[in-house]
Design a protein. Structure first.
Length: 190
């Protein structure tokens, strides 16, 4: 594993190589960045430690991202490859990988009639209908959510949900008791 010193030691040669590949002189680069020729020369030779104040104008002058100048490591693959599971007649795709805290799921729920007995358990759930219609029994109320509608509730309340008139696709965020979804909304204009 590279240390900070190793990474910084590679910056100077990288700066020189970049400048030479573009056929730019130290004088021209100094004019473009406002950094003196002597400072640029010392940076490229490794006699001057690179700083953010020096690297930002150099990245701008060369039209490259800052991480290219410092040789930042590549970011790992951010894709989540959910493995669908069948649970209670639904297809459930987990969208989060970390244990504990709020969990995200995409659920594909068929129409289910008659509805089973509503259940209760610890937690808090937020549902968003991606496609179709969702029938939600919640604490004695029978609701139908359309595409684009959302509901949130304490799962200690008796609840059940299924497709209303066909299959429904739902995004679900489920958290431990006491965790709720917080949306930051813009203030209303008057």
């Amino acid at each position: 594993m590279e240390t900070t010193e190793d990474v910084l030691a590679e910056v100077g040669p990288r700066l020189r190589r970049l400048r030479q590949e573009r056929n730019v002189t130290l004088t021209a680069l100094a004019e473009a960045t406002g950094i003196s020729v002597s400072t640029l020369s010392r940076l490229e030779s490794g006699k001057r430690r690179p700083s953010l104040e020096l690297l930002l104008p150099l990245a701008q002058a060369h039209h490259v991202p800052l991480d290219e100048l410092v040789g930042a490591p590549e970011v790992g693959d951010p894709r989540i490859r959910p493995r669908p599971r069948r649970m209670h007649g639904m297809t459930v795709l987990p969208l989060t990988r970390r244990p504990g805290g709020v969990q995200a799921y995409k659920m594909i729920i068929p129409e289910r009639t008659p509805p089973p007995e509503p259940k209760t358990h610890e937690g808090y759930e937020w549902l968003y209908v991606l496609n179709g219609r969702l029938r939600l029994f919640l604490a004695g109320r029978d609701l139908v959510l359309e595409t684009g509608e959302a509901a949130e509730f304490d799962t200690r309340l008796p609840h059940w949900f299924g497709g209303a008139g066909g299959t429904v696709e739902v995004l679900s965020l489920f958290g431990p008791q006491g965790e709720r979804l917080h949306l930051r909304a813009r203030p209303r204009r008057t």
